[in-house]
Design a binder for this molecule. Structure first.
Ligand code: KG4
Length: 337
């Protein structure tokens, strides 16, 4: 008999539902929330309201696309945290109520573990990473180096002490007057720019931890100083600013990842999270494969930003080991693994 897992993701501003049949994606439906665009960032209260509107149609579509009904499900997996509390509450409450009505087991999934689990999605001709490996998780809310011993055994070995990598992109984009989210826009503009034109601050953190707030401040100071002498500075240098910023972020990320991999004698690395859609970062990972001969795993674009396929993937591995949650489980907001 097949194992059919419904995954539900609602930790931030994407309402997503997916069905995995024996570890393979049968459907993956995401409703992104346009309501935040005009504010230049996610407004938590608006996010939870939009999740409430989206969750039923998104789950209905995921089931229909996969050609299954609620009765066919083996279990319902859902993101329990970390994330925005109001957003998480919608997905967690829906999952619990839906599973209770169908008399199906529930599986709680950690959002960070879900991002890593995007690499465990089964697909014809696709190789899964061998354990142990290091996963660089970079998104709007996270920047971590995760040591992955097994499907469910993961440890954070380094993480940002302030802003996340995606946040650095989004905030610098905002001060340049670019739309939200800034990451994809910077990625596009950077292709036309000179990455060596501007030099921004790089952190000097101990161990494998990251920091991006100094970079953000030095970016801001460059704009402030240059705008005093040339009011058109941003317009005239947009592509070069984007290229230099992107290069700095990627260098910061890769330096620590490579140091951790060398120290731990690991030559299998993966990247996950929204920022892993970045073309420069993907190229930096490719070059680890080409120049160092490392085993490199880069997710498909559909599994980089928040999506329920990765939640269902983590849920599938837990299901196989009989790890279920009880109905009194509550969402959590703080980063933990
Ligand atoms: O994983 P994700 O969807 O969820 C959050 O943690 O919010 O990541 C969103 C982040 C945003 O900061 C966005 O700017 C960034 O991923 N992002 C990118 C690219 N595409 C999305 N950053 C750089 N280059 C991209 N192509």
């Amino acid at each position: 008999m097949s194992t059919i897992i419904l995954g539900i993701e609602s930790s931030c501003d994407d309402t997503s539902a997916a069905v995995l049949i024996d570890g393979r994606v049968a459907s993956n439906v995401t409703a992104s929330q346009a309501v935040h665009l005009r504010y230049g960032g996610v407004v938590p209260e608006l996010a939870s309201r939009a999740h409430q509107q989206n969750i039923v149609p998104v789950v209905d579509k995921a089931l229909a696309d996969a050609g299954v009904t609620g009765q066919d499900l083996s279990a319902v997996a859902f993101t329990c945290g970390p994330g925005l509390m109001g957003s998480l509450l919608v997905g967690v409450s829906f999952a619990k109520g839906y599973a209770l009505a169908l008399e199906k087991p529930i599986i709680e999934v950690n959002h960070l573990q879900a991002h890593v689990s995007a690499h465990f999605i089964e697909e014809e001709g696709r190789e899964l990473p061998q354990f142990p490996f290091l996963c660089l998780l970079v998104s709007g809310g996270n920047s971590q180096i995760i040591f992955v011993r097994d499907y469910m055994d993961m440890t954070i070995v380094g993480q940002t002490i302030d802003d996340a990598a995606g946040e650095a992109f989004d905030k610098c984009a905002k001060v340049m007057g670019l739309p939200y989210p800034g990451g994809p826009v910077i990625d596009k503009l950077a292709k036309e720019g000179n990455a060596d034109k501007f030099v921004f601050a790089r952190p000097n953190m101990q161990g494998y931890d990251y920091s991006f707030s100094g970079l953000k401040t030095s970016f801001l100071y460059t704009l402030r100083d240059q705008l005093k002498v040339n009011p058109n500075f941003i317009e005239e240098n947009k592509a070069d600013l984007c290229a230099s910023l992107q290069k700095t972020v990627i260098d910061i990320l890769m330096k620590k990842l490579i140091a951790a991999a060398k120290d731990m004698k690991i030559n299998t690395v993966a990247v996950a999270g929204g920022v892993s859609a970045n073309s420069g970062l993907r190229a930096a990972f490719e070059s680890l494969r080409e120049r160092r001969g490392w085993n490199v795993f880069i997710p498909k674009f559909a599994y980089t930003t928040d999506n329920a396929a990765m939640v269902a993937s983590a849920g599938y591995r837990k299901y196989q080991r009989g790890i279920f949650a009880s109905q009194d489980i509550a969402p959590f907001s703080r980063t933990t693994l």
